[in-house]
Design a protein around this ligand. Sequence first.
Ligand code: 9MR
Length: 343
Amino acid sequence: MLTGALALSACGPGAKSQTVPADLPPLKTMAPFRIGTCVQALHLDDPALAGLVARQVSQLTPEWEMKMEYIVQPDGSFRFDAPDRIAAFARAHGMGLLGHTLVWYAQAPPAFQALDESRIKFVDAYRNYILAVAGRYRGQVVGWDVVNEAVAEDGNGWRDSLWSQKLGAFEHIALAYRTAREADPQAVLLLNDYNLEYNPRKRATFLKLAERLLSSGAPLTGLGTQMHVAADIEPSKIREMMRDLASLGLPIHVSELDISLSEAENKLLSRSDLQRRQAAVYGETAQAFMALPERQRFAFTLWGLRDRDSWLRKAHPTDAPAPFDDAGRPKLGAAALVEAFRG
Ligand code: 9MR
């Protein structure tokens, strides 16, 4: 008994099983809410990846092709070929589609910057964009990240952007929600941001913005927490964030989860320590989400299924932040997700 107990504690929390069961069930079959991943249209041309996506998840978020950077052309016209393909794939597989994202401080296409305001008022061009994009996918999306990353990096106030300069810091945000609702009466309209687990000040500002939108009558109906976290995050940070976000009573979307090994700050941890921590953090995040009241569990989205497709690889070529490895085989993180969703 004693040696057994010692051996277990030596493995550390969340490291109960060191191998992935060969018969691990698909993530989507275990969860009583939608499980998502981001995809790019080119991913759908890779049969191995498309197969993994179809087996594992029940919701898709376009990784970049439903953003202004793709849709808005230099002459101000719109293109929808890639997002339409992703929407069609979701439809063909009975999956939800999460619109991402209508307004983002980081994207201010040249056509908007050079707008000839003697021909069209800025506010009308802004509204036209939201009406066109949210209108096109009306009835297809389950929700929209209407405004992405509205809160300043340090949590003091809101982002400065072309949109805030032209339309007002609060006004452009409220207008985006009202216009998205005009275009799509059904979609859950989310406010989405990152570092909400690491930075309590940013979280407080995020929640204050949400409350102000609600009290102004803007149709905000969900909160997204991206969760780009590192493997050495303390689990209490995730639980505290989930508890605070839940306090408004709105549905919560874990919207972009990945768990970086390379971004861990604790340099005392070896790569295998970090891999074990990563699996534990996948499980802890799913547990914290499962602890929400059922009506507040909107969906649980991974920012990529396979390590090799992750955006983090650009900055960190050896990072392995996803729950499936380069070959699409489940890692311990996938097993931890299944175990947590099982309840
Ligand atoms: O992963 C996305 C990457 O492929 C894109 O080039 C980039 C810019 O569109 O956006 C990345 O996704 C971001 C998401 O849209 C918003 N939150 C942070 C994500 C990672 O940067």
